[in-house]
Design a protein around this ligand. Structure first.
Ligand code: SF4
Length: 363
């Protein structure tokens, strides 16, 4: 199975926490020029088209492209026939016409950037939609036949209370969607919040409340019938993100667009993050993946999945015994962070929140 990730690095506004590769475009021509370069890059991978099973158009904000620009992009991709075809959508840039275009070109999964339903917190994050708009967009998507809708949520936002979080989870229930990705707010460098932090104007949520919130998310989504299948991801009725599963199982994927990463034929690719360089030649670096790094990724990504990682698979693929190579794992078992169940090494409930303490063992 192979994936294709396509990056659209444009946003109408910049959220205060975001460190993704994105910018506000100067004008329409800037986007058009980018799309032409992106088309060339995607077409350079034509030999792989038949084997691509998932497409994920992410950003940035892909839905901020106008209808003609979206059509340009979808035309470039139309000779690929994936079983899962996702586009990221921000509620404020959605329109009935765009929804219909998604349908026409075979997109079958929508990832909606919501983050929270609390209008005050949305304002604090510098998001430009409202709770009502999310409900309207989901209603329209469903009315035209989209059954696979994922929502991104953020918790541990400074000022957010446990009640606020319960309320957000209640709205998830009301929307009756099939997938949720839920991450805690991370203070990243080069963001507005980071500047505020350096000036003493941003205080991160304390770790105990954050842990409590993670517990609430897990419990409430489970009650709603979601399966917790990766540290931050939940799905109903096996509506897992196939595309993300490719990343987590070290499958192959092509990364196209500004700053995109790929993993093809054993090579990791990294595209330029600066637009002028990307327009000249997309790939900044391409290097063969050393086996030690592969093993590291296999263990870290494998442990992010709730099912964990098969010890016999690791032995077969890498010829090692995990506990001999990483004796510190024993201590993590004693601390109650990991466990072994039927050949699978997995994080415990406590370990899910403190996963980084385990991942450090492999780095
Ligand atoms: S979070 Fe999404 S919408 Fe906000 S700036 Fe980042 S990429 Fe753009």
């Amino acid at each position: 199975m192979k994936g294709l990730y396509v990056h659209i690095p444009f946003c109408e506004h910049i959220c205060h926490y975001c460190d993704f590769v994105k910018r506000v475009p100067k004008n329409k021509e800037m986007i058009d020029t980018y799309l032409t370069a992106l088309q060339n890059e995607i077409e350079s991978y034509q030999d792989h088209f038949q084997s691509i099973e998932t497409i994920y158009i992410g950003g940035g904000t892909p839905s901020m492209l106008d209808v003609h620009q979206l059509e340009h992009l979808f035309e470039v991709l139309k000779n690929i026939h994936p079983s899962e075809y996702t586009i990221e959508v921000n509620p404020e840039s959605y329109s009935i016409e765009k929804g219909e275009l998604f349908k026409k070109y075979g997109i079958n999964r929508i990832s909606l950037g919501v983050q929270t339903f609390n209008d005050q917190l949305l304002n604090y994050l510098n998001r430009k939609h409202t709770k009502q708009l999310v409900f309207d967009v989901v209603a329209h998507l469903k009315s035209i036949g989209f059954s696979r809708i994922s929502i991104d949520l953020i918790y541990a936002i400074p000022g957010q209370t446990l009640e606020d979080l319960y309320q957000d989870l209640q709205y998830i229930k009301d929307l009756d969607i099939t997938h949720v990705s839920c991450y805690s707010l991370i203070l990243e460098e080069k963001t507005y919040f980071y500047h505020q932090y350096l000036r003493g104007k941003f205080e991160q949520m304390d770790e105990d409340t954050e842990a409590k919130m993670y517990e609430i998310v897990m419990e409430e989504l489970k009650k709603q019938g979601f399966e917790h299948y990766e540290i931050s991801n939940y799905a109903k009725k096996e509506n897992y993100s196939k595309h993300n599963l490719i990343y987590w199982t070290l499958g192959e994927y092509i990364g196209a667009g500004l700053g995109a990463h790929g993993f093809v034929n054993g090579y990791r690719t990294q595209n330029h993050r600066a637009l002028p360089q990307y327009l000249k030649n997309p790939i900044e670096e391409k290097k063969f993946q050393e086996v030690d790094v592969l093993l590291q990724d296999e263990l870290i990504f494998g442990l992010r999945k709730i099912d964990g990682v098969s010890l016999s698979m690791i032995h077969e693929k890498y010829g090692i015994d995990v506990f001999q190579k990483y004796p510190q794992l024993q201590e993590k078992i004693e601390l109650g962070l990991i466990k072994i169940e039927n050949d699978y090494l997995k994080l415990t409930e406590k370990g899910l929140f403190l996963g980084n303490q385990v991942f450090m063992v492999f780095i």
